[in-house]
Design a protein around this ligand. Structure first.
Ligand code: NDP
Length: 285
């Protein structure tokens, strides 16, 4: 019997590889697939346009930039998306806009560096939804540019507390719900700075190297619970995150490119685990 990615969500999964010879691989599951597609053996039937129907997805840092693009992508795939950030008015407005457009979304304030706030958020998820299938940790800060020996300890703390400790807090709050849901997918938005040295951004780079290590280890711990932990490491993305001085905005990756990678992760077949995506711009920006 196949392992199911989001059993509770009753997610139908069909993976079609439209290769030159029209090779069609269909991974079928029980649940609502038959209701949606009728005869599932027919490879010419259209792909499910709402493959995440019934899934609950949490996105931290969902109010702008990469997180916002991921929120829109997951909502478009049919998930009910809970987006968070420190700017409560902003996340609530985005959720209202998405709801007005026929999607399902909720905006909640949650500062990922505050363990109490994250715990309260977890309890809210438990009470409201009882389950979570997808967690995207996108909240992050860059901190000041400069040499490590000149970095103020307070800046070190906020970078590490947001980019690394915050992910641990979220995992602590959400994983029990995922286990209760029978499985899930955690996606951590890291950076190529978590793969390479980054002079004048050492604390940021260290936070992302740490995040990669956290992700690889948590993936091993959680695979027995049918939970995949993936990490996405983009190069420079055209957001307000930093000035990206000297780089061409057009050549840079766009937020939607990262959202596209997330889509690939959450729609893969249940037996497949893409653990890491390194995302570079085609041309050097
Ligand atoms: P933005 O600055 O556009 O957005 C950052 C988001 O994080 C905001 O929504 C912000 O919301 C949220 N955030 C920051 N601190 C906290 C906190 N303590 N608690 C909750 N939310 C918080 O950045 P990007 O969208 O570009 O970056 C998203 C992720 O992608 C980050 O982890 C970043 O490291 C990573 N990344 C970015 C790249 C880039 O070039 N842009 C390249 C590679 C990786 P609010 O202020 O309302 O709390």
């Amino acid at each position: 019997m196949q392992t199911v990615p989001f059993p509770d969500a009753r997610v139908p999964t069909r993976t079609h590889c439209l290769l030159p010879r029209q090779c069609t691989a269909i991974v079928e599951q029980r649940f609502i697939a038959l209701a949606l597609f009728g005869d599932d053996n027919n490879p010419m039937k259209p792909l499910n346009s709402v493959p995440l129907e019934g899934a609950v997805a949490v996105v931290t840092g969902g109010g702008r930039g990469i997180g916002l693009a991921i929120v829109r992508k997951l909502a478009g795939l049919g998930a009910r998306v809970v987006l968070t950030g420190r700017d409560e008015a902003l996340v609530k407005r985005i959720a209202a806009d998405l709801t007005g457009a026929g999607r399902r979304a909720d905006g909640l304030r949650c500062d990922v560096t505050d363990s109490h706030e994250v715990e309260v958020f977890g309890k809210h998820l438990q009470k409201t939804f009882g389950k979570v299938h997808i967690l995207v940790n996108s909240a992050g800060i860059g901190g000041p540019s400069g040499e490590l020996h000149r970095l103020a300890p307070a800046d070190w703390d906020s970078i590490l507390n947001t980019n690394l400790r915050g992910v641990y807090y979220m995992i602590r709050a959400v994983v029990p719900l995922m286990i209760d849901s029978g499985g899930g997918h955690i996606i951590n938005i890291s950076s190529l700075a978590g793969k390479n040295p980054l002079p004048r951004g050492v604390a940021y780079s260290a936070s992302k190297w740490g995040l990669n290590g956290l992700s690889y280890g948590a993936a091993e711990e959680l695979r027995g619970h049918n939970i995949r932990v993936s990490v996405v490491c983009p190069g420079s993305v055209n957001t307000e995150f930093s000035s990206h001085a000297g780089k061409s905005a057009e050549r840079m990756l766009q937020p939607d490119d990262v959202a596209h990678a997330v889509e690939a992760l959450v729609t893969q077949a249940p037996q497949s685990f893409m653990s890491e995506i390194l995302l570079r711009p085609t041309q050097k920006p």
